[in-house]
Design a binder for this molecule. Sequence first.
Ligand code: SAM
Length: 241
Amino acid sequence: DTIVPYKDSEESKKNQVANMFDSIAHRYDFLNRFLSAGIDVRWRKQAISYLKDIHPQKILDVATGTADVALMTEKILKPANIIGIDISDGMLDIGRKKIEAAGVQTVIQLYNGDSAAIQYSDNSFDAVTVAFGVRNFQQLEKGLSEIRRVLRPGGKLVVLEFSRPKTPLVKGFYNFYMKAISPNIGKLFSKNKEAYKYLDESIQKFPEGKDFLNILEKVGFTQTINKPLSLGICSIYCGTK
Ligand code: SAM
């Protein structure tokens, strides 16, 4: 069966993305830490800190995966409730186990849900987080409009996503790492080299910096911010409804 997403119909791309994450779910957290040498934890903390100013009580974590951001948000911001949604049941199962182990089931709940049709009513959340998720959305603008719809007026979106480093030397190392090293380590531990090739390809294609801010503004977000991290390998974006 095919596990690498390709553009066919939106529905089949969605299923392929979900299958791909189901297939690597058991190794996902380990490979994140390993491939990023633990820096991903710092990136997630930095992204969450952009929500401190609004003291959010109800938070939606879209493309929550194994719930790393939801769990970290619970620790840092102590909100009343965090809902995580994702299209991969394999990733959600691991997330639920981590939530139980941390004893925070009353605060964080995970559900199967698609960014293109979020199952909550308008103005339901004070904040929305998406870490390494927007790049995988089958319909980027639809997903961002849905996020804006479920945010309350004044509510804030924080996106964390890979971007492409600009400095020539860093760029050279980065490309070597992403094309030659990461797919092989991915293959070794998750038995799915294609998924880690997809990671590089999807980063190369994805709008970044001002281009991503333009899309946020197009769907109606205001007060947009772009903060590159770690020499531009990763970026934080914020927008307000
Ligand atoms: N946010 C988590 C983190 O920071 O580790 C997981 C990120 S993982 C790279 C991307 C996740 O996006 C996968 O779990 C995948 O199933 C999910 N995803 C992809 N398309 C989605 C969509 N349309 N709606 C919701 N989740 C989606």
